[in-house]
Design a protein around this ligand. Structure first.
Ligand code: CU
Length: 174
């Protein structure tokens, strides 16, 4: 009985401490948080999350700290976290890794300088199971095994073998 009471007191203390820390940063509901994923469409492997933050007037929010917490929509996966660079003109870039294809849930938290405020926005992203480097993925553009994830046709194809035959000028200096 005595130990149980002791445990309860400890838990109560922990909750109180958490509440205090959170209360120091006001939650903002007028920040606009937008997400773009590079490369697009998202595929297993390295990625960059491009997050644009604007205020109620549409002005870019500078000097913020942007953190991303990613979970898959099924159990048993390690979450993936990322933190932004310093940002410029309200655009922040977060290096990220899609560790598996499927449904992802991203919580993007923006913290203003000097803890003046904080906002969190949730995004859902579908990630192709095929690596972005795979030849399977690169042939999607041919319509062979098209898997339309409902997005626009913004697939970027990288054609191998640079065209080295630049213009040969005949400047007539003979
Ligand atoms: Cu998974």
């Amino acid at each position: 009985m005595k130990t149980r009471l002791f445990t309860l007191v400890l838990v109560a203390l922990a909750v109180a401490a958490c509440g205090q820390a959170a209360a120091q940063i006001p939650v903002l509901d007028d920040l606009m948080i937008e997400l773009a994923v590079e490369p697009h469409p998202p595929a297993v492997g390295e990625a960059t999350l491009v997050i644009t933050v604007t205020d109620a007037d549409g002005a870019p929010v500078e000097g913020a700290m942007v953190a991303v917490h990613g979970d898959m929509d099924h159990a048993g996966m390690e979450p993936v976290d990322g933190e932004s660079d310093e940002g410029a003109q309200g655009v922040y870039r977060v290096p990220f890794t899609w560790t598996m294809g499927g449904g992802w849930i991203l919580d993007v938290t923006v913290t203003l300088p000097d803890n003046r405020g904080r906002a969190t926005e949730r995004f859902e992203v579908f990630v192709e199971a095929v690596s972005s480097d795979s030849i399977l993925n690169q042939s999607v553009g041919d319509g062979a095994t098209q898997h339309d994830a409902g997005g626009g046709d913004s697939m970027e194809m990288e054609m191998g073998g640079g065209d080295a035959s630049s213009h040969e000028r005949d400047d007539g200096s003979e």
